[in-house]
Design a binder for this molecule. Structure first.
Ligand code: BG6
Ligand code: MG
Length: 214
């Protein structure tokens, strides 16, 4: 029996995953590398510093902590610039209605994003009041695929993990949801997200009767 639905943000509610990719690609270019779309999959769902470390590992580059801090901030500056141009209508079609209709059926809704920018993004999209709980990257110690973020969201909602369904577009996020003992809807390609219970191309493609049967 489903009592809560937990949504990832970037790539599930809005295409900010693309802005993360553009900003990382720009940074990689400055480092003399070309970050491919396939390599970018490894960065999805993973917190900022870990994403940078993955890029550096791919390029065989080693930097000290303060230099890593400096360039991670640079990437974030670009990301924030892209995001600040966003309009509320950039939310994926049908998602706002979906959040409202799930809540109207008495099921709780939470946001669980590794991004420290999540509060800014949901405010820009004007959906900050559509959630019963919000967990962002400032509130966790361990990054996805660790289940911490989803367990924290469930505990904020007062719902047992087994009664939660997670929507995720990242492989690391699907693994985190499963490790939390939750059901998972993968948003994206079946090839990438085959560990999820069901995979849809777009968030709003999942119908309510499919959700309750998971
Ligand atoms: C996740 C994204 O939601 O947030 C990752 O999928 C990103 O790509 C991570 O690195 C951290 O985001 P931020 O905004 O704190 O750098
Ligand atoms: Mg995501």
């Amino acid at each position: 029996m489903i009592k809560a639905v937990i949504f990832d943000l970037d790539g599930v509610i809005v295409d900010t995953a693309h802005y993360h990719y553009l900003a990382w690609k720009r940074l990689a270019k400055e480092l003399g590398m070309d970050l491919t779309i396939e390599q970018n999959e490894l960065l999805k769902g993973v917190r900022r510093m870990r994403s940078l470390e993955i890029i550096l590992e791919l390029g065989g580059i080693s930097l000290n902590e303060s230099e890593k801090e400096r360039i991670a901030n640079k990437k974030n500056g670009w990301f924030v610039e892209y995001v600040d141009q966003m309009k509320p209508d950039e939310i994926f079609p049908g998602v706002k209605e979906m959040l409202k209709s799930i809540r109207a059926k008495g099921i709780k809704v939470a946001l669980a994003s590794s991004s420290k920018n999540a509060p800014r993004v949901i405010e820009l999209l004007k959906i900050e009041n559509e959630f019963d709980a919000v967990v962002d990257g400032t509130m966790i110690v361990h990054t996805k695929p660790d289940p911490e973020i989803f367990l924290l969201a469930a505990s904020k909602l007062g719902v047992a993990p087994a009664a939660c369904v997670v929507f995720e577009d990242a492989e690391a996020g699907v693994e985190a949801a499963i490790a939390a003992g939750m059901k998972c809807v993968g948003v994206g390609s079946l090839e990438q997200l085959n560990k999820a219970n069901i995979v849809v191309a777009k968030t709003a493609d999942l119908k309510f009767d499919q959700l309750v049967k998971l």
